[in-house]
Design a binder for this molecule. Structure first.
Ligand code: APR
Ligand code: PHB
Length: 388
């Protein structure tokens, strides 16, 4: 097989890149090691920044998002049971859209197939070769047959556990990371959310987040130990803790638990995001803790930059944007890293925190909810910094 851009991974990054390239007349092949059913049903966060929702609509993949997405013009911050509303409309006149990541993936898969593919599922034994040549190669197995794609560029959109980042030669990649001493236990529940907007709730018992997928389905998270075993959390125990962490600020309706799981919390960046003709995008290059809901949005920003660089290469034979790809992405990535770390550290209880840390944290929350300037800074970052 031969194409211009070989895309490894059909998550939000790979699928969005394929759509952007298609609209620019650049050919691509996507290979994905999971099944279509698996990628379309993997439950992840579901918050889309202002510019990213507009982009999905502009790219022709936003019809269902416009119909079913929940547009939010603010969030609530709970501090030991007292709710404070941050009004994004008044602060910065921007919004976010709540729409599950797997719904974005479904819409992008439908579009990819309508664009004529190719999109190969359940590939195996993927490897990348000749990265510093003009003609890198992807080898893999599909339906038990060995295959190869010769391309001009490889887009490594294969997530945190993919093979692209580890294919950088020794010494050509530097990692910056931080683990947090807690995780998030998340449930999807058939019950109405306790408020029409999200509630980020700091309590002495730990953090909780009340979000949603629709008017009738809630997504609820609890801070838990980083090595927590989900088997220790019966539905009754989860509801009991959620009620306590909402602190009576709103009434929380219980419902059938449709899914539950634990999300690890990690900050991670690999630099640079390119080696030869292999370019990383999304989770393959960086991970943020979910507190700021930046994961999918960062993946979208990366592939916008990558598609612009590829367009400049193919239409003007200009390589500067490709050469500057990593630096361009990392400026945005590090600001989102800082914001996600900051949101995480003000909202959670840390097992090793000192009395000083605790007082400082409460002061941080008090400042955020008492100062229009502080609230504006959060709002600007939460809805997504401008792309350029
Ligand atoms: N070959 C082919 N595909 C692979 C391989 C491989 N060797 N390894 C992993 N993949 C696939 C995964 O199965 C997955 O479908 O690559 C895809 C990567 O998708 P995501 O993990 O969704 O990553 P990305 O597209 O960067 O999206 C970032 O995902 O983790 C969330 O919070 C994060 O919302 C953010 C988003
Ligand atoms: C979600 O809806 O799953 C969600 C929203 C906001 C976050 C994290 C997750 O910060």
């Amino acid at each position: 097989m031969r194409t211009q851009v070989g895309i490894i991974g059909a998550g939000p990054a790979g699928l969005m890149l394929a759509r952007l390239l298609h609209l620019q007349g650049i050919s691509s092949i996507i290979i994905e090691n999971r099944s279509r059913d698996y990628i379309e049903n993997r439950i992840r966060a579901g918050l889309i920044e202002h510019w990213a929702a507009d982009l999905l609509v502009e790219l022709g993949v936003g019809d269902r998002l416009k119909r079913e997405g929940l547009v939010h013009w603010g969030i609530n911050i709970g501090i030991n049971g007292e709710l404070h509303h941050l009004d994004f409309k008044a602060l910065i006149d921007k919004r976010v859209t709540i729409y599950g990541q797997q719904e974005v993936v479904k819409d992008l898969v439908v579009q990819r197939l309508a664009d004529g593919g190719p999109l190969l599922f359940e590939v195996d034994k993927v490897s990348v070769h000749d990265l510093t040549s003009q003609q890198p190669v992807i080898r893999f197995e599909h339906e038990s047959k060995a295959q190869q794609i010769e391309c001009d560029f490889i887009a490594g959109c294969d997530g945190f556990h993919g093979i692209c980042r580890p294919s950088f030669p020794d010494g050509k990649s530097q990692v910056f990371d931080r683990d947090y001493p807690f995780g998030w236990l998340g449930i999807l529940s058939e019950s109405p959310p306790p408020d029409h907007e999200l509630i980020y709730s700091y309590t002495e018992r730990g953090f909780a987040l009340y979000t949603m997928r629709s008017e009738t389905v809630s997504r609820l998270y609890l801070q838990c130990d980083h090595d927590e075993d989900i088997a220790n959390w019966s539905d009754d125990r989860i509801w009991d803790e959620l009620h306590k962490r909402l602190g009576g600020a709103r009434k929380l309706a219980e419902g059938k638990v449709l899914q539950k799981g634990i999300t690890p919390m990690r900050s991670f960046v690999a630099e640079p995001m390119q080696y030869g003709r292999l370019f990383l995008a999304g989770d393959s290059a960086h991970i943020v803790p979910p507190t700021g809901a930046k994961g999918m949005n960062l993946a979208f920003a990366d592939v916008v930059f990558m598609s612009r660089a590829l367009e400049a290469f193919y239409t003007k034979n200009a390589g500067e944007l490709l050469d500057g790809y990593s630096a361009k992405c990392l400026r945005r990535v590090w600001k989102a890293q800082r914001f996600s770390w900051w949101m995480t550290q003000i909202m959670h209880r840390f097992p090793d925190e000192t009395a000083f840390d605790h007082r400082r944290q409460l002061a941080d929350l008090d400042y955020l909810t008492g100062s229009a300037v502080a609230a504006k800074s959060l709002a600007e970052q939460y809805v997504g910094l401008p792309l350029d």
